[in-house]
Design a protein around this ligand. Structure first.
Ligand SMILES: *Cc1c(COP(=O)(O)O)cnc(C)c1O
Length: 470
């Protein structure tokens, strides 16, 4: 308690040489505020301390806090992370890294004015949603398209536009919750539509849908069960049957696909995921999917389908609240153009990572192992480095049960221990995220971006060079 009156005042702190230096770099008001919070933090910590601490020491403690707060804020909250987990679409790590074409286009549009809502030819106000519509309709075969903030927004907008205050029929097997608290029943409620559940968790038949249709029915809805699989004795209604029923009863069918795939090359071996084009061709009236899952673009919700329905969505007031900005449009169009005209396997990182062959992965892992051995030679903190085969994942709610064979390096630390090493790597710059298997660290090479290997080797070498007192 008696330390409290020894805490330096804000004025005293501001006269400190180090603080004066910081005030030359940063704004004075900001520094005063930081000094105040650091002082308050110290005051709270000292409240219960009995032993007496010298004023000089207290000042030092405040300075340490100030430096820490300033560097944390000035460095920005978002930090680069090297993804050594082998999970390609990691929602916690920002899902898809963008390709170069998309980034260049986005940067150009970010640093200049543009025709976001202006028709250059006519010299009059234009439409924000027109920019990606043609490329989307060409890619999917749909009549019309609209892009909103994310797929959750796309589903919400679709339900609100097509079924507000009316009934939507959904199979009980598809009332899913997707990571980040997207729950079909909750979104349904928010949209103002009334959910009518049919069938059971493991089996739903087209006759269940047919029996539930009445004058209040507005929509037949199907959701892709992205992040789980019901195995065993199961039955879901084939899309074609749902479409046929919709056409007979003059009811639209909407499918929430989750992931949008435009690149379904056979040799991927990942064919059960329904591609967008296939859904459109099957006659589904509205298909929604994410821009930053298997599509490999920015966060966005993409809606494609019948023109009259998409037009109704464009006119919905909700669209104004869910609209995308110019940066998203640029990044998305840049990515989509790669599918339409370019070379997705080379220029869309997510596709590139998933399309890596076994041989390419092995070579990548061998290179990493070699770099690691070179950088850590003579350092005693590493007990063993080993090339290993491991299992990667698509992630982002796609292919929940599908493990992709991968390659990586297994690291066994002697000093520091695994926990501490992993923490040092997480707090590094850039941060490095890895996997663990028992008492060993696993580094998958599939999700390393060009240039990451050297950084990884430096970071790992840094860990065993630390004296271990972090
Ligand atoms: C991922 C997913 C969503 C949510 O998409 P966001 O773009 O993250 O909003 C909705 N439905 C399904 C089936 C999904 O897989």
């Amino acid at each position: 308690m008696n330390n409290l009156k020894n805490i330096p005042s804000i004025d005293e702190m501001l006269k400190n040489e180090r603080i004066k230096q910081l005030i030359e770099v940063y704004q004075r008001d900001f520094m005063v505020d930081v000094v105040r919070s650091a002082t308050e933090e110290l005051r709270r910590e000292l409240f219960l301390k009995e032993e007496k601490i010298k004023k000089e020491k207290l000042m030092q403690a405040i300075l340490v806090k100030v430096e820490h707060m300033v560097s944390r804020l000035a460095g920005g909250s978002l930090k680069e992370v090297i993804n050594g987990t082998g999970v390609v679409l990691h929602t916690n790590l920002g899902r898809a890294p963008l390709g170069k074409g998309a980034i260049d286009y986005m940067v150009r549009m970010a640093s200049s004015y543009n025709n976001l809502e202006f028709e250059l030819e006519k010299g009059e106000r234009g439409e924000r949603y027109g920019h990606v519509e043609e490329v989307l309709t060409r890619l999917t075969g749909a009549e019309a398209a609209l892009v909103v903030n994310n797929n959750a927004a796309a589903v919400l907008l679709g339900l609100n536009t097509l079924a507000r205050e009316r009934e939507v029929i959904v199979s009980r097997g598809q009332l899913v919750e997707i990571g980040g608290a997207f729950r079909i029943p909750e979104v349904m409620k928010l949209s103002g539509a009334r959910l009518v559940e049919v069938g059971t968790t493991n089996k739903t038949y087209i006759s269940d849908f047919a029996a539930a249709i009445n004058a209040e029915t507005a929509l037949l809805f199907a959701a892709h069960t992205s992040n789980y699989k019901i195995l065993g004795f199961t039955q879901e209604v084939p899309l074609e049957e749902l479409v046929k029923l919709g056409q007979e009863k003059e009811l639209p069918v909407m499918q929430d696909l989750g992931s949008g795939i435009f690149y379904d090359k056979d040799d991927w071996g990942l064919r059960e995921e329904p591609a967008v084009k296939r859904c459109v061709a099957a006659g589904v009236d509205i298909v929604t999917f994410s821009g930053d899952k298997l599509l490999g673009g920015p966060q966005a919700g993409i809606i494609v389908g019948k023109k009259a329905l998409v037009e109704a969505m464009k006119k919905n007031q909700l669209t104004r609240a869910l609209r995308v900005d110019k940066l998203t449009i640029a990044a998305l169009e840049g990515t989509l153009l790669e599918y339409l005209l370019g070379s997705p396997k080379k220029n869309i990182p997510v596709i590139e990572m998933l399309a890596l062959s076994r041989e390419e992965l092995r070579e990548k892992a061998e290179r990493l192992l070699e770099l690691l051995e070179m950088r850590t030679e003579g350092l005693s903190g590493i007990r063993q480095l080993k090339l290993v085969e491991l299992e990667d994942m698509v992630g982002g709610g796609a292919y929940p049960t599908y493990k992709i064979p991968g390659f990586g390096v297994e690291i066994e630390f002697s000093q520091p221990g695994l926990e501490k090493a992993a923490k040092i790597l997480r707090l590094g710059s850039p941060a490095l995220l890895t996997r663990r298997q028992e008492d060993k660290m696993l580094l998958s090479v599939r999700t390393l971006l060009p240039g990451d290997e050297i950084k990884v080797a430096d970071l790992i070498a840094g860990v065993v060079q630390e004296k271990g007192d972090i």
